[in-house]
Design a protein around this ligand. Structure first.
Ligand code: DGL
Length: 250
């Protein structure tokens, strides 16, 4: 059994493309519809109620477009709304979480970069609490909200972004981080900026691999994977000031 309908993927903007890439790497024959909710970005500065509302609208739109499953390619939207979305909609919904678990396994000092909203969410706090008791690892959470905007503008290697990150890391000048968990999908595009601001290369972790692998396993197990002849096309939708337009279909 197979199903050639598209997988819907959404984020507040460009960040979720890092998850889309991983999904495409593991499932090249699947079709995808990528929805960037730029009209409401950045999510990390919004209230939980607002993020839930935007996420619900995004999922509804992707289902209306015929998607067979949804990937929330946003740590913030996952932390706020994954449970609620799963109760509301009957399609399978997959989320992404900061990759604290694999980083902790490696031990040492772990820097977890998130948005403001994610850092404030109970779900994230529970995740950190669960792994904080590990003896060989120390976890440091640093919200770096403005980095989202630098990534969106393609300016994460600018002097302004460097000054911002230097400020975020200031209080940790005594700590040498073994690992850095990129707990926001936008941050996968800012590894250079983070490395430069720290002055050394930490081991980077993000949740995109785990999310893509989990999605693949579920679709295969449930007869929802596409056939091997399917072309694997992507449609990009950008919601911007109420104008929805398709950027391209490659
Ligand atoms: N890319 C999102 C995340 O993973 C949200 C960034 C934002 O819009 O603040 O958290």
């Amino acid at each position: 059994m197979f199903c050639n309908r598209a997988i819907g993927v959404f984020d507040s903007g460009i960040g979720g493309v890092s998850v889309l890439r991983e999904l495409q790497r593991l499932m090249p024959n699947e079709d995808y519809i990528y929805l960037a909710d730029e009209e409401h970005a950045p999510y990390g500065e919004k209230s939980a109620e607002e993020v839930l509302q935007y996420s619900t609208v995004n999922v509804k739109r992707l289902i209306d477009l015929g998607c067979k499953a949804i990937v929330i390619a946003c740590n913030t939207a996952t932390a706020v709304s994954a449970d609620h979305l799963r109760e509301t909609f009957s399609v399978p919904i997959f989320g992404i979480e900061p990759a604290v678990k694999p980083a902790v396994k490696n031990g040492g000092n772990i820097l977890v970069l998130t948005t403001e909203r994610t850092a404030a969410e109970e779900r994230f706090k529970r995740l950190v609490t669960r792994y904080r008791s590990e003896e060989k690892a120390r976890i440091y959470v640093a919200p770096a909200q403005k980095l989202v905007t630098f990534v969106e503008r393609g300016e994460c290697d600018s002097d302004e972004a460097a000054a911002y990150l230097a400020d975020v890391f200031k209080e940790y000048s005594e700590v040498r981080f073994t690992s850095c968990v990129l707990g926001c999908t936008h941050f996968s595009f800012a590894k250079n900026a983070v490395t430069n601001a720290l002055g050394y290369v930490p081991e980077f972790y993000d949740g995109s691999c785990g999310t893509a692998e989990h999605t693949r396993r579920f679709l295969e197990k449930n007869g929802l994977a596409s056939s091997s002849e399917n072309k694997g096309e992507v449609i990009y939708l950008v919601k911007n000031n109420n104008n929805r337009h398709i950027l391209n279909n490659k």
